[in-house]
Design a protein around this ligand. Structure first.
Ligand code: UT7
Length: 335
């Protein structure tokens, strides 16, 4: 359990930005690519479209930089005042070089240092844990955290178990010392490497460097054991949310919204049901964007920002490759 209740400085999200590409692949488009249909995808996942970054020469850094620029423009923040840029992603522009420095340069955050966090669909939660800790310690004052993934770069569009799910996008938040004592209240984060086998890109890492064999076997694409991941996602997301709710003495009635990772509408519904949360408190945009991995939770904040009021009690929950998962409790810090 984090101990920020006794610390003087509390960290808060003070601005939100987002970027989603205009191009998309609809369920009807997918019908022409793999053996699937709109009815099945809609009923089994809740997804209708997934946004795709199609422009040649553009990658995750482009999505992330656009989300960051949107935030900086709205908040009227000088990028030179940013201390740290964190990009949560599993689709960096390059292996061997973090994407965050590219983003920092692109947005002119010339006084910042920058690095990536790789925790797949839990990347935003893990990134928030890092960013809030730096703020609480007093070491830094302005941290830009961006969840960004260009999933279309690792999706096999001949595989119907993954191509129906994933999309591209980026969401950004600014994390600063709280001015009103609202902000990051608590987090519960876990991981289990035994489950790495169930959801991964097999090649391109140090265990299976890219080779003719890896290319022939299509190991450079994301693969998953969908059923196993589904079951673990429901039980771990619900358990993490329950832990957070219980140890902060929250009633489901006083929770304003649940912001769950957007992997599958049925995972979200089952998680909400397990923690007895009313359906209208569960935020979703999966229908339009699909699963954008590290970007889902900040993109929910981007889409629903106007609904949030100072002091609103929000629960975040995520589950992803690694395996990684967790939940967090925050009080919204601004109107
Ligand atoms: O962020 C974390 C990342 N990933 C996830 O969280 C994904 C978790 N898993 C899932 O979302 C689901 O497991 C999938 C959407 C991937 C698959 O849904 P499912 O309900 O687990 O389907 P299934 O694999 O159990 O298949 C059920 C039926 C089968 O037909 P029969 O044997 O019942 O006749 C499949 O052949 O649906 C069939 N099927 C499909 N039909 C049309 C499986 N995939 C498709 C498809 N289109 N894309």
């Amino acid at each position: 359990m984090i101990s920020n209740k006794t610390n003087k400085i509390k960290a808060a999200i003070t601005a939100v930005g987002g970027y989603i590409p205009e191009d998309f692949i609809s369920n009807r488009d997918l019908e022409k690519m793999v053996d699937t249909n709109d009815d099945w995808i809609t009923a089994r996942t809740g997804i209708k479209k997934r946004r795709i970054l199609k422009e040649k020469g553009k990658a995750t850094s482009f999505l992330a930089a656009n989300a960051a620029k949107d935030l900086l423009n709205k908040k009227k923040t000088d990028p030179k005042t940013i201390d740290l840029v964190i990009v949560a992603t599993i689709t960096p522009d390059y292996h061997g070089a973090s994407t965050a420095p590219t983003v920092a340069s692109e947005i002119n955050a010339t006084n910042a240092y920058a690095f990536d966090v790789n925790a797949a669909c839990s990347g935003f939660l893990y990134g928030m844990s890092t960013a809030t800790s730096y703020i609480e310690s007093g070491r830094y004052k302005k941290i830009l955290l961006i969840g960004a993934d260009m999933m279309s770069s690792i999706v096999d569009y001949t595989d119907r178990s993954t191509s129906i799910l994933f999309g591209d996008g980026a969401g950004a938040v600014l994390v600063e010392p709280s001015a009103n004592n609202f902000g990051w209240e608590d987090e519960y984060l876990r991981s289990d490497g035994v489950g790495a086998q169930w959801l991964k890109v097999k090649s391109g890492g140090s265990l299976y460097p890219t080779s003719k064999e890896s290319l022939d076997n299509r190991w450079h694409y994301i693969t998953q054991d969908g059923k196993t991941v589904f079951k673990s996602a429901v039980s771990e997301m619900a358990n993490a949310a329950e832990q957070i709710i219980k140890r902060n003495n929250l009633n489901p009635e006083e929770i304003k919204y649940l912001l769950p990772h957007q992997a599958n509408k049925r995972i979200i519904d089952a998680t909400a049901e397990k923690i007895n949360l009313d359906k209208n408190k569960v935020l979703m945009n999966i229908e339009e964007y699909g699963n954008t991995t590290a970007a889902t939770i900040p993109l929910l904040m981007y889409d629903y920002e106007k609904e949030f009021k100072e002091g609103d009690k929000l629960i975040l929950a995520a589950f992803g490759a690694g395996l990684t998962w967790g939940a967090a409790y925050l009080t919204w810090a601004y109107n």
